[in-house]
Design a protein around this ligand. Structure first.
Ligand code: CTP
Length: 446
């Protein structure tokens, strides 16, 4: 009996897939089809897959060509499968010509003709509305945002707003956009808005964008008071719009897995979370400018507090800060947040350097995420008995903004107003702690 194996995602199953499966089956007597798991696809940067793995397996089965369907879940699995299932022929579409020659050592490799003019990517693009995104602000993060939108289906940045004409035009020229200096003109041209303007303008731009009926993705720090955060989320709810805080780490695959592992009890009860983030910045820069709400707390508080709130919740009982101020901004702030059954601390620096790691300690073990933990692609779960330690590796593609953009658009398309990766109430809790610091509550200067 000749055994053939082939692999694919098989999203939105189409005629190209059916032809390929038929041709593969004709090569032998028994066809095994490997369908990629959702996490494997996400891990290799395929963020747009529409059907989940069960739907894709069902679609492959329904073609009638597969004698057996298996799940492909890790890099290198093909070699294992070929040996495990005693496979004679590995078949794949000609778009992969040459890429799988290394499997010749284990079985015969056949590249089958690909059906022209159709692909899952095409179908996804055709079936999805394209959202015209406008960017407010043209600074460093806005520049990083642009290339990230290119890898998310349905996202097209069309306009930039900056009241300073030269800056708006230079940014627009660089990225092929339309430049605006007036909000009223800009907002008419877009369906959704990414706010990457100076911190103190976030609230106003977010409010005006929501009032104009546009979805909003707002950079961190989202806003600087709890009342403002609540008001904006209420407004978004009333207008049936998506308002999302761009806390990038919350949406990246590795961090999401840390949260689910912790919640499933892998390190026992969590007793302590320590999160640090320090990035030295040379003057003159917005981060060191008090008039622009610079300072370590405003800059780095949102991500570190996000980690603490995600892991320990929003029901903290007290918070205190120690801070070092220079020229009106905190160059270093250390905070302690206590919960009824746990404690947590964060250290933030823009003029003091410290190790930027994340340590989550529990009654059975701890999770160690090395610096820079906020660009999470690796972490380790550690126990007293070191033989039980486990390392986890992930990809953190590009600038990492693609994950939040993908989530934002998915919320818009699927009519979801809240996202479990960062709940609205969690976003409000983060803002509230930053506000307490700004109001000088329990703040000791050092
Ligand atoms: N395939 C094919 N003809 C097409 C599309 C896909 O023969 N028009 C083959 C691929 O070469 C592969 C298998 O179908 O052997 C599964 O491919 P998959 O990546 O799932 O399909 P695509 O439509 O190419 O998906 P995407 O656009 O997401 O890359």
């Amino acid at each position: 009996m000749i055994k053939v194996i082939t692999y694919g995602t098989y999203d939105l199953l189409h005629q190209g897939h059916i032809n390929l499966l038929r041709r593969a089956k004709e090569l032998g007597d028994y066809l095994i089809v490997g369908v990629t798991s959702d996490s494997f696809d996400r891990g290799r940067g395929k963020l747009n897959v529409r059907n989940n793995v069960l739907e894709r397996v069902e679609a492959v089965k329904a073609t009638g060509y597969a004698d057996e369907v298996i799940i492909e879940d890790y890099l290198g699995q093909k070699i294992d499968d070929i040996q495990k299932y005693d496979v004679d022929i590995f078949a794949i579409g000609s778009d992969w010509e040459g890429k799988f020659d290394y499997l010749n050592e284990y079985c015969k490799v056949v590249y089958l003709p690909r059906t022209e003019g159709i692909s899952s990517t095409m179908l996804r693009a055709e079936s999805q509305d394209v959202f015209r995104i406008g960017v407010i602000g043209s600074g460093r993060i806005a520049h990083r945002f642009l290339p990230e939108t290119k890898v998310v289906n349905g996202a097209e940045v069309v306009a930039v707003l900056n009241p300073e004409k030269e800056k708006a035009e230079a940014f627009a020229k660089m990225h092929g956009l339309e430049a605006f200096t007036e909000f009223e003109d800009f907002i008419q041209k877009v369906d959704a808005v990414y706010i990457a303007s100076p911190h103190l303008s976030h609230y106003d731009y977010a409010k005006r964008s929501l009032q104009a009926g546009k979805h909003v993705l707002c950079e961190i720090p989202f806003v600087l008071s709890k009342e403002q955060a609540l008001e904006l989320y209420r407004l978004a709810e009333e207008k049936n719009l998506v308002l999302m805080e761009a806390s990038k780490t919350a949406y990246c695959p590795a961090f999401g897995h840390i949260v689910t592992l912790v919640k499933s009890g892998i390190i026992g009860d969590v007793v302590d979370v320590k999160a640090s983030l320090s990035k030295m910045v040379p003057p003159p820069t917005r981060e060191l400018d008090a008039a622009q709400a610079g300072g370590a707390m405003n800059e780095h508080g949102p991500l570190t507090l996000m980690a603490i709130i995600k892991l320990l919740g929003i029901d903290w009982k007290d918070v205190s800060f120690h801070t070092k101020i220079e020229n009106g901004v905190d160059i270093y702030t250390k905070g302690v947040i206590n919960y009824p059954h746990a404690t947590s601390s964060f250290t933030l620096g823009i003029g003091v350097k410290t190790e930027g790691n994340l340590v989550i300690s529990g009654t059975k073990g701890y999770i160690y995420v090395p610096a820079p933990w906020w660009l999470t692609d690796f972490f380790e779960v550690r126990y007293e008995d070191q033989t039980k330690n486990k390392k986890y590796f992930y990809s953190y593609d590009g600038e990492g903004l693609r994950y939040e953009i993908q989530e934002w658009l998915s919320m818009i398309v699927n009519d979801r107003r809240s996202c479990y990766k960062l709940r609205r109430r969690e976003s409000v809790a983060i803002t509230e702690i930053i506000e307490k610091y700004r109001n000088g509550e329990n703040v000791t200067e050092i």
